[in-house]
Design a protein around this ligand. Structure first.
Ligand code: PBG
Length: 325
């Protein structure tokens, strides 16, 4: 009788037994914490659709970064909020752009912390698109020049990793060549290789004030219905020299994370985006879900799907919870 079926429960009978056979383990080393840095002074605005996430000016970064470093978080990704925008996104590549200034400040104060710069134009253009616009079209090749300028200025300011999120074709090649020519051959590119045109970015666009003023991003970001196309995007970026591959969003795209992991050897990054954060936060604040349990389960699922790293607004909470376990 006892040999007629498998006894799976043998390995589940105690907390220590379960720990012994656990396949996926989260660590604070896995997390990249996204931050919104704002031009100006004394800015500390909570993003209404992202409770716990703030737009911060540089004079308010100290408390935030002391906390981040104390929690053991080792990398952050920066998004900028300029005071002025224009049609070519000058604030993205200006020497005194907000991300460049914040990067200099952070690297001075916390030299070991890895600063990842998001390389895109949408937070800096008055039309809110990720490239140059002409007659209602987002132009590919002319946008590349501005993205290269942005990446080089971010590296000059001290960014450790360049993370282009704009979804123009050829951006990895262009940025790689630009960085190399400027003396930054050692700076890795973390490419948003597989980035879907997703409603899950809604709260981010409030946080980063980057909603397109006309149309949408469907001519450059991917169709959520497509799986094979993700392989073509990722393969192209690897060929062009990407050092990391980002899949974004994460939760509704775990199949894509697994496909990318199976096909490529580069580190895979899951971007647990703003809408995914907002849904959990809203439910937690209503007392409908157990926030800690649900966040750790969801982050574990991203690693189990194949992600090596996770960009997540939950990073500080998750780091705290992991240290308490
Ligand atoms: C900029 C960018 C976006 C996000 C990261 N970089 C928004 C967009 O493409 O509209 C979204 C991040 C999030 O939702 O958390 N291109």
């Amino acid at each position: 009788m006892t040999n007629e079926f498998a006894r799976h429960r043998r390995l589940r009978q105690s907390a220590n037994m379960r720990a012994l056979v656990r396949e996926t383990v989260l660590s604070v080393n896995d997390f990249i914490y996204p931050l919104f840095v704002a031009e100006g002074e004394s800015v500390r605005n909570e993003v209404s659709s992202m409770p716990g996430v703030f737009q911060l000016s540089i004079d308010n970064l100290k408390a935030e970064f002391d906390e981040i470093v104390n929690l053991g978080i080792k990398s952050v990704i920066l998004f900028g909020l300029p005071i002025e925008k224009d049609d070519v996104g000058t604030g993205a590549y200006h020497n005194h752009g907000i991300v460049q200034q914040a990067t200099r400040y952070i690297k001075e104060q916390y030299p070991d912390l890895l600063v990842i710069a998001d390389t895109c134009l949408c937070e800096y253009t008055d039309h809110g698109h990720c490239g140059i616009v002409e007659s209602g079209n987002v132009l590919n090749d002319p946008s590349l020049d501005l993205l290269v300028k942005t990446a080089v200025s971010q590296a000059e300011a001290g960014a450790d990793i360049i993370a282009p999120s704009n979804m123009m074709d050829g951006f990895v090649t262009a940025i790689r060549q630009g960085l190399d020519a400027a003396g930054y051959a050692h700076i890795p590119i973390m490419s948003y290789a597989v980035k879907y045109s997703s409603a899950f970015y809604g709260p981010f666009r409030e946080a980063a004030d980057s909603t397109p003023q006309f149309g949408d991003r469907k001519t450059y970001q991917m169709d959520p219905a497509n799986r094979r196309e993700a392989m073509r995007e990722a393969a192209a970026d690897i060929e062009q020299g990407a050092d990391f591959l980002i899949v974004k969003p994460a939760l509704s795209y775990l199949d894509i994370i697994r496909d990318v992991r199976n096909e490529f050897d580069a580190p895979v990054v899951a971007y647990n985006v703003s809408g995914e954060y907002a849904m959990v936060k809203a439910a937690a604040l209503n007392g409908w879900v157990d926030e800690k349990a649900i966040v750790l389960e969801k982050l574990t699922s991203m690693k189990r799907a194949g992600a090596d790293l996770i960009m997540t607004y939950h990073a500080k909470d998750a780091a705290r919870w992991l240290s308490e376990q």
